[in-house]
Design a protein around this ligand. Structure first.
Ligand code: SF4
Ligand code: SF4
Length: 377
């Protein structure tokens, strides 16, 4: 085993501990943001035709301002920060920002189109303490919709598989506007061969509303899910994503604005990338009252929402408030083709510890020990 592989494995175990801690914290309390997305620059070196999140001219957010925002997110109790854009690798102090996230004990994630990756940049990101990189790849050959193509990025993926000590995840969008839905399957298979994680999202309009999926796109998503069988992933077990793929709306409560924050380049808090303008309060002035109020507020865009990271938080909140019903929703028993008829052991164990149906004295003792082990007390 090479040195990078040993370091990657060691970091993987430490990350698993920190992710378990994050999950336990989210189960334990509804009063802090679980995920925050923070824009480091609006500028992008590409111009995908479906994207409404970039321009060609914006300057990077000044580093001191970026660090102050990270400090504020930490003070609000945020457990994971995803740096986003535009293109994040265009920020000259991305690594300094990542290191600051890690210094606060939060999970550090960055989204990139991968074009600016080099071996040296990957090593620099290793040193910064980055936990996870998400690369978007939309097609096999570049076309008029997107230049984020396997053909262009394959060398970067090989470097990542060779040198990255952080986790790498490829994300594709499937649905209206993507010329060849079957490309997503080719990308998923390439990711598997390189030992890289993969997920497929659904194209949405600028308001976050899902665009209808044609039959070919649905078949592609189903095939990708058949070929990737992790023990558990919220993407795979997300009942609301399943409904959307079948063209059905969802009845759920979106906790954005409290449990999920999107901080734009101007430092304002928004619900998510698709619902910018609400509540649009400066992060520096965002308070616990804002978190609790906005978490509770109903969102009219929820039925067709495709922002799956917010689904994930809502599912964890449901596990806390009604564990039995949430587990039944996540793991429907006997459903034809369902991935699991009963929840995986780690999910059952964490739910029993932090969100028990009927608390017992023994359970309380175990919970106390687990909180101590996870350094949450
Ligand atoms: S690479 Fe990402 S940020 Fe840039 S235009 Fe494409 S989707 Fe938008
Ligand atoms: S439901 Fe929530 S996460 Fe989804 S688009 Fe609306 S505000 Fe954003």
């Amino acid at each position: 085993m090479g040195l990078v592989a040993i370091r990657r494995a060691a970091r993987g175990w430490r990350r698993l501990y920190r992710e378990t801690r994050l999950f336990a914290q989210a189960l334990r309390s509804p009063h802090h943001p679980v995920f925050a997305h923070a824009v480091v620059t609006r500028r992008c070196n590409l111009a995908c035709s479906y994207c409404s999140e970039f321009d060609a001219i914006s300057k990077p957010v000044p580093t001191q301002e970026m660090l102050a925002r990270i400090d504020r997110l930490a003070a609000l109790g945020t457990t994971a920060v995803t740096l986003t854009g535009g293109e994040t690798l265009l920020h000259p102090d991305l690594e300094t920002t990542i290191a600051r996230i890690r210094r606060h004990g939060m999970l550090a994630v960055t989204i990139t189109n991968g074009y600016l990756l080099s071996i040296e940049r990957i090593r620099s990101l290793n040193r910064s303490g980055l936990d996870r990189m998400q690369i978007s790849i939309d097609n096999v050959q570049p076309d008029s919709v997107s230049m984020k193509s396997l053909r262009v990025l394959d060398q970067k993926l090989r470097w990542l598989s060779q040198y990255a000590e952080f986790q790498v995840h490829i994300h594709s969008v499937v649905g209206a506007g993507t010329a060849k839905p079957a490309d997503a399957l080719a990308i998923a298979r390439r990711a598997t061969r390189l030992g890289i994680g993969y997920s497929a999202g659904i194209v949405h309009d600028p308001s976050g509303r899902m665009q209808p999926l044609d039959q070919e796109s649905r078949d592609v998503i189903a095939q990708i899910e058949r070929e990737s069988k992790p023990l558990f992933s919220f993407a795979r077990h997300n009942p609301w994503r399943r409904n959307l793929i079948q063209g059905k709306p969802n009845d759920w409560h979106c906790p954005a604005g409290g449990r999920h924050l999107y901080v734009c380049e101007d430092g304002l808090v928004h619900y998510c990338m698709a619902q910018r303008g609400y509540p649009a309060i400066p992060l520096a002035q965002y308070t616990q009252d804002d978190i609790d109020r906005e978490s509770r507020k109903p969102k009219s865009c929820a039925p067709w929402c495709t922002v799956f990271c917010v689904h994930r938080i809502a599912l964890v909140d449901q596990l806390r408030t009604n564990p039995r019903q949430a587990l039944a929703t996540l793991f429907p028993s006997g459903e034809p083709g369902s991935a699991a008829s009963s929840p995986p052991l780690p999910i059952r164990a964490l739910t029993a510890l932090f969100a028990p149906d009927r608390p017992t004295a023994g359970g309380r003792l175990l919970r106390k020990a687990a909180l101590h082990l996870l350094s949450i007390d």
